[in-house]
Design a protein around this ligand. Structure first.
Ligand SMILES: [Zn+2]
Length: 445
């Protein structure tokens, strides 16, 4: 007996970088997993059916780098360079946050992601226990990291991160996993990074870090340590555990070789990199070297949306422009960044695909819209024409969390009320109070 049968849907699979469509198939789900994909499965075998006609079933999208509670700061720091973005806006504003604020901000970000077909997120923030609560209640899937900075309270931060890991890693039927989240090599000392790596090894978890975001950061690392950020972090032992490095826009060939040799996954967040004018990772060169490249949104204070397909689309366009080659990052490879490569980056091996045995994380996308018809190429329509509002229904771990655009696990009007009520307090800026300090860097090349 199946719990759910999705009928007559076009199924998107990606095999070796190429999209494949299985037309008019049924998808049977039992418990948390996909148990059959075939034409005309008997509806009598299912407790519940969903009509998928005219829709495309896609693997739930994976957001490999985000700060979902930063939905609260969407639009507060526009058209400013990264140093002012951090020191003048984000880090002063974040001192206003209470765990309750983070909880409502996280629910807002999760609601937006589910509405855009995103079913899994690798998040990096503080008050991560409030985020875990939001993830648990909403039915979302997440890999959470509690952001760590160097400072007088390093010992307490590590103890809290350890306790958070022990409490939440594997929680909610393994929908929630936890890694360590050292912020970056420019906000964490090498000795602190070493201790974080040691803790990750002891707990058997990975790490998620920001790395080589700007040319100035690389120049400063060379001046202070005689090493690039990538080589510095490698020497602290952080790459001895599974690792996601976000941004990684400025790397030399030996850095790319190091990332490949240690199996470090790179989460590129092209909209943030473009908006802050900091440069975008050399994705084609990284992939050619064997680096797993995945796609992230980053926070809504720099991206403004958690629309993973928009970020993937931007990255494909950038790679074509950078390489002066329309063949760079083709559709199948780009969709992989947001699905199978995301799963590889998060070391979550049974998501990111629509296959028998995989976790039932998927979205149904309407294709009968003016902006996607006629449907010569469903994968092209998805990547280059679709909009988040085309996503009708989302299933995570076998559970329907959105049906016909109605969120079933999140009270969206309450979330919007709670967020609105907080905004005046949250946007008061006292720049002498900051979460951390972005260092003054040489301009870089
Ligand atoms: Zn980030």
């Amino acid at each position: 007996m199946y719990d759910l049968l999705i009928q007559r849907v076009d199924v998107l699979q990606i095999a070796n970088g190429a999209p494949v469509i299985l037309p008019q198939h049924d998808i049977a789900i039992a418990g948390q997993r996909i148990v059959a994909i075939a034409p005309a499965i008997s509806a009598g075998l299912a407790r519940e059916t969903l009509d998928g006609a005219g829709q495309l079933a896609i693997p739930g999208l994976i957001n490999s780098h985000a700060h979902i509670a930063m939905s609260l700061f969407r639009g507060v720091a526009e058209d400013v360079p990264i140093e002012e973005w951090f020191n003048g806006f984000i880090w002063p504003l974040e001192t206003n946050l209470t765990p309750e604020d983070v909880y409502w901000g996280a629910l807002l970000g999760i609601a937006e992601m589910i509405e855009a077909g995103v079913t899994c997120v690798a998040d990096h923030y503080f008050a991560a226990d409030a985020i875990a609560q939001a993830v648990q209640e909403s039915g979302m899937r997440a890999l959470l990291a509690w952001t760590l900075f160097s400072g007088a309270d390093e010992h307490d931060q590590l103890a809290r991160a350890r306790q958070f890991t022990e409490q939440w890693h594997g929680a909610a039927g393994d929908r929630i996993r936890v890694w360590m989240g050292p912020h970056a090599p420019y906000t964490c000392t090498p000795s602190f990074l070493r201790r974080v790596g040691q803790t990750a090894r002891e707990l058997g978890v990975g790490i998620h870090i920001h790395l080589a975001e700007t040319a100035g950061q690389v120049a400063q690392s060379m001046a202070a340590h005689g090493q690039s950020p990538v080589q510095l972090v490698r020497d602290t032992g952080l790459f001895e555990v599974p690792a996601i490095a976000a941004h990684v826009a400025h790397v030399a060939p030996e850095d790319i070789a190091t990332l490949a040799a240690h199996g470090v996954a790179v989460a590129v967040t092209p909209k943030t990199e473009m908006k802050l004018g900091i440069g975008v990772a050399p994705v084609t060169a990284m992939r050619a070297a064997g680096v797993t490249v995945a796609i992230g949104s980053d926070g809504a204070a720099s991206n403004n949306t958690y629309d993973v397909l928009e970020s993937a689309r931007l990255l494909a366009l950038l790679e074509k422009l950078r390489n002066s080659d329309a063949r760079a990052l083709p559709i199948g490879a780009t969709l992989e960044l947001a699905t199978t490569a995301g799963a590889r980056a998060l070391r979550w091996d049974d998501i990111g695909v629509l296959q028998v045995g995989a976790r039932a994380d998927l979205a149904l996308v309407h294709c009968a819209t003016a902006h996607t018809q006629p449907l010569h190429d469903p994968a092209a329509a998805l990547l280059y024409s679709s909009q988040p509002a085309d996503v009708s229904t989302v299933i995570i771990d076998g559970r329907i969390v959105m049906r016909d655009r109605v969120l079933l696990t999140i009270d969206k009007s309450r979330v919007l009320r709670e967020v609105t009520a907080r905004i005046e307090r949250l946007t008061q800026r006292q720049t002498e109070q900051r979460m951390a300090v972005y260092p003054e860097l040489a301009a870089g090349e």
